[in-house]
Ligand binder design. Structure first.
Ligand SMILES: Nc1ncnc2c1ncn2[C@@H]1O[C@H](COP(=O)(O)OP(=O)(O)O)[C@@H](O)[C@H]1O
Ligand SMILES: [Mg+2]
Length: 511
């Protein structure tokens, strides 16, 4: 068969192909162009480029095939001719596909042509020794006994151009994926870092608190804040209020433990004029004042049993009567309650109504003690230092041994105690750097005791041994080194004293 393309044609084609391969970032598009050039210049009727993954090879660009046919072009490694070339990396030429049992025609692209008229040439797309895929073309021929050597040579060159381009593309793709992954990671990290204004804390425990605040604030749910005194319950209650839709409404705070029982009801629900002696005029209670906003009931555990049903009613029916009044008053109030008490214990001992407990405990938020999140101490310290330096027009900083003491101190008063301690340091310190002797006595005392306790614990065993050794030595001297007698004197068995004498290496003449 005579070549129907010339040398110049070949070079033009290669030039076109290399240009096309670099034409866009879309490798499929580029390869489709390549196949078109092949068919135009080299009279090859059909062609595919298939790329290899770990266990299969699939057609990604073709000429003379429909999208459907392209989709069907997937082969396991070793399956069919394309699979074979993808697996072993050597070219295969089928001079006449009609004679070839390996020929699968999976894509169904050649149904209309008599198989005897088609030769199939298949070369690996290799970058160095890596098999990236397969380039294959169908060549129509009229007569039998054609040599395909020239075609093969050209296809190998084209395959190597494709290989470079595919490799480059894969690298770009990998980088892009890594970039996207990193972006996604960063996004996740950012998503995990909830922030709430004015509430400091980087610890995981505080992150959980921030997450709860973000979730619960926009809802209508009542919230129960739990945690020791000074852990920030009131701060969180305010944050929830200001992050809710009620932000423009009032935030009314009331401490149930702060007022004698007799006055509580009228404080909370108000009273009518003349309701009791001294009730000179009508007065609104906290619930009424909180209408359209949030009421924060601190130390809810201290709410007397007599008042608990009334609170339950406001929560459920949103209504109440003022003390000494008949008229039912309707309010729209969100309740945030707080307690440092063990409410469950209160419930089981009958101090707290179970139904109210369940009403309140719909969304509990637990504020961790400062001891449980010591990693937040330095950031809190810095925050309060800046705050009180600003307030006092000072620039006091803190020495590292103070930080050390702070990190180890128990902080029974939690953040409130830390805040007060730092305010005091800033106010009192005459030096630029506050040091240990500026600390309040209780903190210094605890840290001294802690250090002392450590020393004693370390020293104890050797002190005991020293005493024991002296006593045994004394007994031995008294009994003229008769071990049995010395043992009896000390209340030991002969075996025990023998063991101790060896242990302390006691011998006559020892001091
Ligand atoms: N995480 C925190 N970040 C900044 N300040 C805090 C934090 N937790 C508590 N505080 C401060 O500590 C003090 C006590 O907080 P508060 O909310 O009254 O505690 P609680 O109601 O639990 O007793 C307040 O001055 C508050 O601003
Ligand atoms: Mg409080």
């Amino acid at each position: 068969m005579t070549r129907n393309y010339s040398q110049t044609n070949e070079i033009t084609a290669l030039y076109e192909i290399s240009k096309l391969l670099g034409s866009s970032l879309n490798i499929r598009l580029n390869l489709r162009g390549v196949m078109r050039v092949l068919s135009e210049y080299l009279d090859m009727k059909r062609g595919t480029v298939a790329l290899r993954s770990s266990n299969e090879v699939s057609v990604i660009a073709a000429h003379g095939m429909s999208e459907e046919e392209i989709k069907r072009g997937r082969y396991r490694l070793g399956e069919g001719i394309i699979g074979q070339v993808a697996k072993h990396g050597s070219p295969i030429v089928i001079p006449n596909i009609g004679d070839e049992p390996l020929f699968l025609n999976k894509t169904g692209a050649r149904k209309t042509i008599k198989k005897e008229n088609i030769a199939f040439l298949c070369v690996p797309v290799k970058f160095k020794n890596e098999i990236l895929g397969v380039l294959s073309v169908d060549r129509l021929f009229g007569s039998k006994g054609v040599s395909f050597e020239e075609d093969l040579r050209l296809l190998k060159i084209i395959a190597s151009l494709i290989a470079q381009s595919v490799k480059l593309h894969m690298e770009v793709e990998r980088e892009r994926e890594a970039f996207l992954e990193e972006k996604e990671n960063l996004k996740q990290q950012l998503k995990g870092r909830y922030r709430v204004e004015n509430i400091i804390g980087n610890s995981d425990r505080m992150q959980e608190v921030f997450e709860s605040i973000h979730k619960v604030a926009p809802s209508k749910a009542n919230v129960l804040l739990r945690g020791e005194s000074g852990t920030g319950k009131e701060l969180v209650a305010k944050a929830i209020h200001y992050m809710s839709q009620r932000t423009k409404g009032p935030f009314i705070k009331f401490n149930c433990a702060s007022i004698p029982e007799g006055l509580l009801e009228s404080e909370l629900f108000g009273h009518e004029k003349g309701a009791f002696t001294g009730a000179m005029s009508m007065r609104k209670g906290r619930f009424e004042l909180a209408h359209g906003g949030t009421i924060f009931l601190d130390e809810i555990g201290d709410l007397p049993l007599t008042l608990q049903p009334k609170i339950l009613r406001v929560l459920q029916e949103k209504e109440f009567e003022r003390v000494g009044g008949e008229r039912t008053i309707k309010v729209d109030v969100r309740l945030i309650a707080a307690t440092s008490r063990n409410l469950e214990e209160y419930v089981s001992s009958g101090k707290f109504r179970e139904d109210l407990y369940y009403r309140l405990n719909v969304v509990p938020v637990l504020l961790p003690s400062l001891r449980e999140r010591r990693e937040d101490i330095p950031v809190l310290m810095e925050y309060f230092l800046r705050k009180y330096n600003e307030e006092n027009g000072k620039s006091v900083s803190i020495s590292s041994d103070v930080l050390n003491v702070f990190m180890n101190y128990e902080w029974p008063g939690n953040v409130r105690e830390l805040e007060n301690t730092i305010e005091r340091l800033v106010v009192m310190s005459r030096e630029k750097v506050a040091s240990l002797h500026d600390l309040p006595f209780n903190i210094k005392d605890q840290s001294l005791k802690a250090r002392y306790a450590v020393q004693i614990k370390d020293a104890l065993p050797s002190a005991i041994e020293e005493i024991e050794k002296t006593r045994i030595l004394d007994a031995l001297k008294k009994t003229g080194w008769v071990q049995a007698k010395a043992a009896r004197l000390l209340g030991l068995t002969p075996r025990q004293i023998g063991y101790k004498i060896k242990k302390y290496r006691l011998e006559q003449g020892s001091l």
